[in-house]
Design a protein around this ligand. Structure first.
Ligand SMILES: Cc1ncc(COP(=O)(O)O)c(C=O)c1O
Length: 411
């Protein structure tokens, strides 16, 4: 008699986890009201301005500049701090492509550095080793919603005159030492793309505590305009990267719920970590105490196939999904193995300093392990579930462990 759902037995769950996005009626009313107001653009409207103030305050930053998406926020943040053609920017390779493509699209060169095996965030010791005379910045990705080690990265950057750009695309509500991320380095960039913990379909924002960087970012977001100067005077080369008022309205609705949801994701993450950590072959990714709120855009644990009798991660995930636990293998290759880097297909961003780099020859072992055999993800909507939902996750994984022989035989 099979015991596992992958072999036809009853799954652990039948109910779905919370759907994302939420607040559909409230959002529809806010969007309709904005449409009816006739103020659709952010130049005249108040929704985007209000969001900028509110989100910046929520993350403990002085300034917010909303833009069309998170990739643009990263590109403009790099430009605002003065990255120049040929400069090197240190970045992890276990992250979304935009962490690195924004560097290429700023005419600079990504230098990939391995992640820490415990936190899956940039390993500060390796950052230090990768610094050259051409290094100008470090992209501190708060991966999965866990703050990078901003103390050590800040010290290293200060010691070498580097800017720290925070890729906080996944880190709404995340804190480091009691302070919101995004305003801890020179500039931070968040995404409001539909999977994110704050969602307008698309959208992004830059945060900073520096008045001059804020002015540069606002100008870069708005055709090189310099507020409050004449609208048709342009002072720097920049496109139109503005957010619309409807996006601003949708995001303002979710701001009402962000604190409570951020706490819930964090608390569920702590609970899961305690329970999953007790299972053989499962090691939750470590949260340092100073990262005192984890945004849990992704809940991640390390799967040890050896403890499961050699069952590969892909098979483990298939079996978990059959139990109706929506697990994901996450990124399947490191960024430096992506075809765009392998084939040096940089289009208009082609530069001698970039084409000279043989990214395909790189091997960052912790990143490769995470991609190929180790990392398992649950998305943020799962982390909004109840305690019973979390218990189901634990029960399903424990069930696979208990019946590893059945899983192996059928694979
Ligand atoms: C780590 C990271 N950086 C940057 C981005 C880019 O944001 P967007 O999709 O809004 O351009 C994302 C999200 O997709 C991300 O996860």
């Amino acid at each position: 008699m099979p015991r596992l759902a992958i072999n036809g037995a009853e799954p652990v769950r039948t109910e779905p986890f919370p759907a994302w996005p939420m607040d559909l009626e409230e959002s529809a009313r806010a969007a309709a009201e904005t449409v009816r107001s006739g103020q659709w653009g952010s130049i005249q409207g108040e929704k985007v301005r209000g969001l900028e103030r509110r989100f910046a305050a929520f993350q403990d930053a002085a300034h917010g500049v909303a833009v069309s998406n998170g990739t643009t926020a990263l590109c403009l943040a790099l430009q605002a701090v003065g990255i120049e053609p040929g400069d090197e920017v240190i970045v992890p390779a276990y992250t979304f492509i935009a962490s690195a493509s924004s560097i290429v699209m700023s005419n600079a060169v990504p230098v990939f550095v391995d992640i820490d095996p415990d936190t899956y965030n940039l390993d500060p010791g390796r950052v230090e080793q990768a610094i050259t005379p051409r290094t100008r910045a470090v992209m501190a990705v708060h991966f999965a919603g866990l703050s990078a080690d901003m103390d050590r990265l800040g010290e290293i950057a200060a010691g070498h005159g580097l800017a720290v750009i925070e890729d906080a695309a996944q880190a709404h509500g995340a804190r480091w030492g009691g302070r919101g991320v995004g305003g801890l380095g020179a500039m931070g960039a968040f995404s409001f793309q539909s999977s994110k913990n704050l969602n307008a379909g698309e959208g992004g924002i830059m945060l900073t505590n520096d008045d001059d960087l804020a002015a540069a970012a606002r100008s870069l977001a708005d055709c090189g305009h310099a507020a409050p100067g004449p609208r048709y005077n342009h002072y720097r080369m920049a496109g139109n990267n503005r957010m619309t008022e409807v996006q601003g309205a949708l995001l303002q609705v979710q701001m009402e719920h962000l604190e409570a949801r951020a706490d819930r994701r964090h608390d569920n993450g702590e609970y899961l970590t305690e329970r999953l950590g007790a299972l053989d072959g499962i090691e939750p990714v470590f949260r340092p105490a100073k990262a005192d709120r984890h945004a849990r855009h992704i809940y991640m644990f390390k799967y040890n196939g050896d403890a499961f009798g050699g069952i590969p991660k892909t098979r483990f995930i298939e079996a978990l999904r059959a139990e109706r636990i929506p697990a994901s293998p996450g990124y399947s290759i490191p960024l430096y193995k992506q075809p765009v880097f392998r084939d040096r297909n940089y289009g208009i961003y082609q530069r001698p300093a970039l084409s000279a780099v043989d990214y395909d020859a790189l091997n960052l072992p912790v990143t490769e392990r995470a991609c190929y055999s180790e990392a398992v993800w649950f998305t943020q909507n799962v982390m909004l579930g109840s305690r019973e939902d979390m218990d189901d996750i634990v029960r399903a994984i424990a069930k696979l462990g208990d019946h590893r022989d059945e899983l192996r035989e059928a694979s």
